[in-house]
Ligand binder design. Structure first.
Ligand SMILES: NC(=O)c1ccc[n+]([C@@H]2O[C@H](COP(=O)([O-])OP(=O)(O)OC[C@H]3O[C@@H](n4cnc5c(N)ncnc54)[C@H](OP(=O)(O)O)[C@@H]3O)[C@@H](O)[C@H]2O)c1
Length: 138
């Protein structure tokens, strides 16, 4: 499934379920995340750094994601990893145990991503990234 902090209907829908008039509330995958957890089925996240559908990466895009990049940079410093690592940590910290599929051609980005996969973001930090990306937290 396509999944990044900024393209996260898979996760964001359930956070704002049942809210009339709110786009985030619309289910586009018929409960796939819940089904995968109940069935012990591992999901894989592709385009983990893309803003949307091949729109480019959100990392460093301060024009559109200033608050998100501020939060990512701050957490990267806190945990001694790169922003790439924090973008990965946001996915791997989710209890569904999601695997991240990287598209990079740079070995150092693979190393950075792997380092982030074990960063234990707190719930507060995880939701801070979630809201900084523009998602609604009722
Ligand atoms: N099943 C499907 O429908 C589907 C759809 C899309 C993709 N996929 C699979 O999933 C894989 C991953 O998807 P993706 O390639 O979209 O993932 P991605 O890892 O989010 O994006 C990779 C692209 O982002 C660039 N990039 C990463 N970090 C960057 C940064 N900090 N600054 C600038 N550029 C950065 C990479 O450039 P560098 O090479 O310079 O790092 C590369 O061009 C694909 O290779 C493909 O195998 C499957």
């Amino acid at each position: 499934m396509q999944l990044s902090i900024t393209h996260a209907p898979l996760i964001a829908q359930g956070v704002a379920a049942n809210m009339a008039g709110l786009d985030q509330s619309i289910s586009r995958d018929v409960g796939l995340l819940d089904y995968s957890r109940l069935s012990d089925m591992m999901l894989q996240a592709w385009s983990p750094f893309q803003k949307g559908f091949f729109d480019g990466v959100f990392l460093g895009d301060r024009e559109n994601f200033a608050e998100l990049n501020d939060a990512i940079d701050e957490l990267a410093e806190t945990y001694g990893v790169t922003p790439t690592g924090i973008a990965v940590a946001w996915i791997t910290r989710h209890p569904a145990n999601i695997q991240v599929v990287l598209g990079t051609t740079k070995p150092n980005r693979v190393t950075d991503a792997a380092a982030g996969s074990s960063v234990p973001l707190t719930r507060h930090e995880w939701y801070r990234l979630f809201t900084a990306a523009g998602h609604v937290l009722p």
